[in-house]
Design a protein around this ligand. Structure first.
Ligand SMILES: Cc1ncc(COP(=O)(O)O)c(C=O)c1O
Length: 376
């Protein structure tokens, strides 16, 4: 059984992906081909924002956004403690200080009350200037923007939405990657919308930031590539990846997003009485980058994972430790609030196989092992 069955997806889409990729080769248009700009237009329209700027990966997308805002030394940027490393890494890479905020057990997303406390503490200390909040649409569900946006506004902060896992989700029809002043996503192969290598994108309604990011992603270009007006980076989505994404995006819109939601709902129904299943808030839609359950404690989680493995079923621990426990942040003064929800969850969380092509019989096998194990 595959954790996320990209082979199956390729089998289904191969008669469209192969000619799309071959076309790039026959046209020999590997960098900045027409597929890239076509994809950018289609993604911007889907998300409902003015600009989509593709780039080399979701990590660069975050860095480009922070660069555009000139975030650096002396700035505090609030980041959930429970996320992939890149959400906080990029803040520190720009020389700013990530301040970690606790999450909510039900949704795994940023706790608005914890955010409020962290902002107040940084302000009271007066050592750093609060500049931005990075929200993460973790495991596919948008963060609780109904509660977070007013806090961001009240404190005059910028909102960077890390939608690496959240593309396709929505809140009452307003799509993920449209909530931040700038939002980013990743097209890493296993993401809800993934390519066949690395890829990423940035979304914004702001013309000035969009122009700046377009320049920064190609060596700080001015009039053309050989007119360089600022220090930038080389971060482009290549044409082959754009061609793959064009095909996959059609499948994503047509049935994959709906089908992965059906699989997740079936897990909810079959597992709800045995383990803590993830909560999707009313009016929210998840694109299900992960289906993560919570077990009673570490011993039970490790036992379930071992039993699944014995039966040839893959599972993953996202994430084994909070950001504040990462050695890379040991020297930084990052902890201002209680992070105990994250700490507890890291020992209990387990992500199960999930993808739009998952069969009911595979799902039944997963459910059966879990039920037998937690009952014991
Ligand atoms: C929440 C989050 N942010 C950022 C990233 C970085 O994306 P990429 O791997 O494309 O650089 C990822 C991807 O793994 C992620 O899950």
């Amino acid at each position: 059984m595959q954790f996320r069955d990209l082979k199956k997806q390729y089998e289904v889409l191969r008669n469209r992906i192969d000619p799309a990729v071959t076309r790039v080769m026959t046209d020999s248009n590997y960098i900045s081909g027409r597929q890239v700009s076509e994809l950018e237009e289609a993604l911007a329209e889907y998300v409902g924002v003015k600009h989509c700027i593709t780039c080399a990966n979701g990590t660069d997308a975050l860095s480009l956004a922070l660069e555009a805002w000139n975030i650096g030394p002396g700035d505090a940027v609030f980041v959930p403690d429970f996320t992939f490393f890149a959400s906080g890494e990029t803040v520190a890479f720009e020389g700013a200080t990530p301040i970690f905020v606790d999450i909510l057990e039900d949704t795994f997303n940023m706790n608005p009350e914890s955010l409020k406390k962290a902002i107040a503490t940084v302000k009271a200390e007066g050592k750093l200037t609060p500049k931005a909040v990075v929200t993460v649409d973790l495991f596919g569900q948008p963060a609780d923007y109904d509660k977070i946006l007013p806090i961001v506004k009240e404190n005059n902060l910028l909102l960077l939405e890390d939608g690496a896992q959240g593309f396709g989700g929505d809140i009452r029809g307003k799509r993920a990657c449209s909530f931040g002043d700038i939002a980013t996503t990743s097209f890493f192969p296993a993401k809800p919308l993934g390519c066949y290598g690395d890829g990423g994108a940035i979304f914004t309604n702001n013309d000035e930031w969009a122009a700046l990011i377009k320049s920064l992603r190609i060596h700080g270009k001015g009039e053309d590539k050989y007119d360089n007006v600022r220090i930038g980076m080389n971060s482009r989505l290549d044409t082959i990846q754009a061609a793959v994404l064009q095909v996959k995006f059609e499948a994503f819109k047509k049935y994959e997003l709906a089908d992965v939601n059906k699989v997740a709902k079936r897990y909810d129904e079959l597992l709800g009485d045995f383990v803590k299943t993830p909560t999707v808030l009313t009016g929210f839609l998840s694109s299900w980058a992960q289906y993560s359950i919570l077990l009673k404690d570490k011993a039970e989680r490790d036992l379930v994972q071992a039993r699944l493995k014995e039966e040839g079923i893959p599972s993953m621990i996202y994430y084994p430790k909070g950001m504040h426990s990462q050695k890379a942040f040991a020297e930084l003064d990052c902890v201002k609030v209680d992070l105990s929800v994250t700490e507890g969850i890291c020992d209990r969380v387990l992500a199960l196989p999930l993808h739009p092509y998952m069969t009911e019989s595979d799902q039944d096998k997963v459910v059966d092992v879990i039920k037998r194990t937690v009952k014991m």
